[in-house]
Every structure is written in C-alpha cells, then in structure tokens.
Design a protein around this ligand. Structure first.
Ligand SMILES: CC(C)(COP(=O)(O)OP(=O)(O)OC[C@H]1O[C@@H](n2cnc3c(N)ncnc32)[C@H](O)[C@@H]1OP(=O)(O)O)[C@@H](O)C(=O)NCCC(=O)NCCS
Length: 425
C-alpha cells in the first residue's frame, strides 16, 4: 500500500493544521493504539506487546488509513475484510469500517472526511460493493452515504415473573469448557450466520482475540464468560455465552448478562432461553442485542414482563457499487421498480436504476427513465437488508414517490427474518 492522499488543510480556521493519510507501519501500531485510546477515552500502554500483537492480528496494517500531522497520528481508521449475509443468504464482500477516531486537537478539519474518502475509494477498487460500520453517534455517517440497516432491542426480565422451569423436548443444554467452546461455537455461528441477513463470518483471529479473549477488565465486576451448548441427539444446535454477576440483598438478585445467543433452529432457540431463565440465584436476565423480530415474550409464561430497555440501530450499510449490491441480494416476489439515487460522496452511483425482479432474483441496469421512487443513497443503505419500512421513510420525507410506488418498493425489499448484527466492530 502506498501513501494515498494529498496533504489536506482546513482553509478557514485559525486552528487549521495540516495532515495527510499514510500507510501504517507495524512499528507504529503502539502509537496507533494510543491514538485510538485517546479517541475513545480509555488508557492504553504502548509497551504492552500482547495488545500490539492482538491489534495486528485483528486489524493488521495493510488496510489501515491513519492520518498524520508530521510524525503524530491524529486520525485512526481501517476497514475489515468481511462477507455480509444479505437477504436470500448470499455472502457479499463488505468493507467493515472500524477504529475511527480523530484527535480532539484536530477535529472538524476534515480528517474523518479524508479517511472516508480512502475507505470508499479503496473498497471500490477491491470490488467490495458494500461498506458497513457501527456508529458511535448517529449524525456522523449519513453524509457519507451510510444508513442504519439493522435494529436491535436491549431486553431485560426477571425470570421469577416471566417464568422459570420451561424446557424443550428432545433438547439438552450443557456447559462447554474453553477448549471445546473454541471449536464448537464457531461451527454453530457459521451455520446460523447463513440464515440471518446482517451477520458476517468471523476470522479465526477475531474469535481468538475478541470473543475468547476475556481479561478481568472486560468483565465489569461479573464472572468470566460461560458457554452453554444446546444439543439434540448429541449434536450441537446452538449456544449462549454469558456472564454472571452475583447480588445479595433480602433475596438473591443475581444478573445473567448474555453476550450472544446463537441458535441454528427454533428448538435450540427455545431451549437456550429456558436455560437462561432457569439459573438459580441469577433471575435478572439481560441481553444487550436481541433481534427485533425475536419471539421471546411468546415463549415466556408472562411475556409482558420481558421489558425492552432500549431500541437502537446496529449495523449501518453503504452501497459502494449500487447496481452490483442490488443484484446480490434477493427480493420478495416478482415485480419491477425504477429508483433514482442521489450520492454526492460517491458520484459514480448517481442515476436512475431499473430493478426487475423475477421470483426474488434481480436484474439491474442504469436507465434514462422517470423514477418511481427517489432517495439518497443513505436511505437505500438503510433499506438494503430488508428490515426497514419504506412507508416510514416516505412519511419522514426521505423517499419520494406516490404511495403505490413506495408500497411496491417496500414490499419487494422487505425480508424475513429481520436483519440483525450481533457484534460491534
Ligand atoms: C467522529 C469524529 C471521528 C469526526 O471526525 P472529524 O475529523 O471531526 O470529522 P470531519 O471534520 O471530517 O467532519 C465532517 C463533517 O461531519 C460533521 N461531524 C463530524 N463529527 C460529528 C459528530 N460527532 N456529530 C455531528 N456532526 C459531526 C462535521 O461537523 C462536518 O460537517 P460539515 O461538513 O457540515 O462541516 C471525531 O469527532 C471523533 O474522533 N469522535 C470520537 C470517536 C468516535 O466517536 N468515533 C467514531 C466511531 S464510530
């Protein structure tokens, strides 16, 4: 990789500083880790070789695009080589934007904008039609063509009220130790991943250094991670990974904090939730990211007590190559729609596309025709995985078109199950 950008300078600010996007060298990783920590407000020890190794294994240097002011790293950014499951089950190359920070001394001078330019231009050259990210704050990424494509619920329930004691015929659940979990969990995840738009395959290093790396400082006073595996006839069919946080008052009010619950079928799903609701001394069950179409209240005795504690966006998607991305997913039914796309940041996408769908499979071409619906590319990104409601976007003024055309567009794009991304990257 070569140094990629022209030196940039914010023109109209007394605080203006120069910066340029450069290659990240292996020996600069400690400084990059320091800059990242400064951006997200935690402490990092530059001499921690193990942390440098983990960073190198997870993010590497090849795809990084840090911003330098002289010899100082003032912006951190990279993207991960991911393959996103889209409606229909195809895995589509996605450039997963990550570790984005700008030093407080250099914000609002275009550093992020320059890094975003690198991100989309490089992804386009590599032939990755999608970009993906998790946003720390909503207002940051819409201007760069990203829209929130998966949603999630934070949930909480008291199993003493919601219902303890359920079980799933034919399915048993048992605890798996570290070594076994390291083999079985990735296999189960890879099976589940193919059935849920919004999930993507994790690399071996990701499993090792992100999922199974479990230092005390990540536990927030709770236990180490536990892994419980559901089985049918001795065959693993799902898992739940969680921590326990004991709490003693008049009664035991311990918390079970679920990190991820990944079933490969519905029986495994029910068995894992029954297991989670049945752990003595830990009746308060919390899950930070439950799919929005999750039927949990329906399997508990008192579903009303399963409380949604927050409702949030998850994975944001950007179509870096609109036509290529559109033909890679499948659709609901048969029909056609002509879509006008505005895309200031990636002008090669601007134009009008005719999408012709035959029994779920799409053909797409740029046309000089009157559009049925018109939108910014960030709205198309939000709609892409099939989990958002076109009529709501139209009511919000973000999709133009008559009501029938908006409804047709929305019906074709709708997908089930709801897209869901279980992991922040
Ligand atoms: C978010 C962050 C990376 C922005 O970097 P930056 O270099 O200041 O961004 P830019 O100067 O390129 O800003 C581009 C535009 O986005 C706007 N913008 C940037 N960050 C914004 C924010 N947090 N909220 C609202 N608008 C923001 C700018 O005002 C600017 O708008 P304009 O073009 O209309 O003037 C930086 O504030 C940061 O490091 N924040 C803390 C870490 C973080 O949240 N990282 C993101 C992880 S997903």
């Amino acid at each position: 990789m070569t140094a990629a950008a022209q030196p940039c300078r914010a023109a109209d600010s007394v605080l203006a500083m120069s910066f340029e996007i450069r290659t990240l060298l292996r020996e600069q990783i400690p400084a990059c880790r320091q800059a990242l920590a400064a951006g997200f407000g935690y402490d990092s020890d530059p001499d921690d070789e193990a942390a440098t190794e983990r960073f190198d294994a997870i993010f590497g240097t090849e795809r990084a695009f840090p911003a330098f002011d002289g010899n100082e790293i003032v912006g951190t950014g990279s993207d991960l080589e991911l393959n996103l499951t889209v409606p229909g089950g195809a895995q589509v190359p996605m450039s997963g934007l990550t570790i984005i920070t700008v030093r407080p001394t250099h914000t609002r001078q275009g550093v992020l904008t320059a890094m975003m330019r690198e991100h989309v231009d490089r992804a386009r050259k590599r032939g990755e039609p999608l970009g993906g990210l998790w946003a720390s704050e909503v207002p940051i990424y819409g201007r760069f063509g990203y829209g929130p494509a998966t949603l999630m619920h934070g949930i909480k329930f008291d199993a003493r009220l919601a219902g303890r004691g359920g079980s799933e015929p034919g399915v048993t659940v048992r605890l798996a130790g570290g070594d076994e979990a390291e083999t079985v969990l990735p296999q189960l995840y890879n099976r589940a991943m193919k059935t849920r738009p919004g999930m993507y395959k994790r690399s071996e290093d990701w499993w090792k250094y992100r999922l199974f790396h479990d230092p005390e400082k990540h536990r927030d006073g709770a236990s180490a991670l536990r892994h419980a595996v559901a089985e049918r006839n001795g065959e693993p069919i799902g898992y739940v990974t969680y921590r326990q946080k004991a709490s003693w008052d008049l009664l035991s009010e311990g918390e079970l904090r679920i990190r991820e619950l990944i079933p490969v079928d519905d029986a495994a799903y029910r068995a894992l939730w029954h297991y989670a609701a049945n752990i003595d001394l830990f009746p308060i069950v919390k899950y930070w990211s439950n799919p929005v179409d999750d039927p949990l209240p329906l399997i508990m005795r008192d579903g009303r007590t399963v409380v949604t504690t927050d409702y949030s966006d998850g994975l944001w998607v950007r179509l870096i190559d609109v036509a290529d991305a559109l033909v890679k997913r499948s659709y609901s039914g048969t029909g056609s729609v002509v879509i006008s796309i505005a895309d200031q940041f990636c002008p090669w996408n601007e134009g009008t596309y005719r999408l012709v769908i035959d029994d779920g499979t799409a053909a797409c071409e740029k046309v000089a025709a009157e559009p049925d619906v018109a939108m910014d590319v960030n709205t198309l990104g939000a709609m892409y995985l099939g989990g958002r409601d076109a009529v709501s976007f139209a009511r919000a003024g973000r999709i133009e078109g008559d009501a029938a055309a908006v409804a047709r567009f929305g019906t074709l794009f709708r997908s089930s199950p709801a897209p869901w991304c279980p992991e922040i990257f």
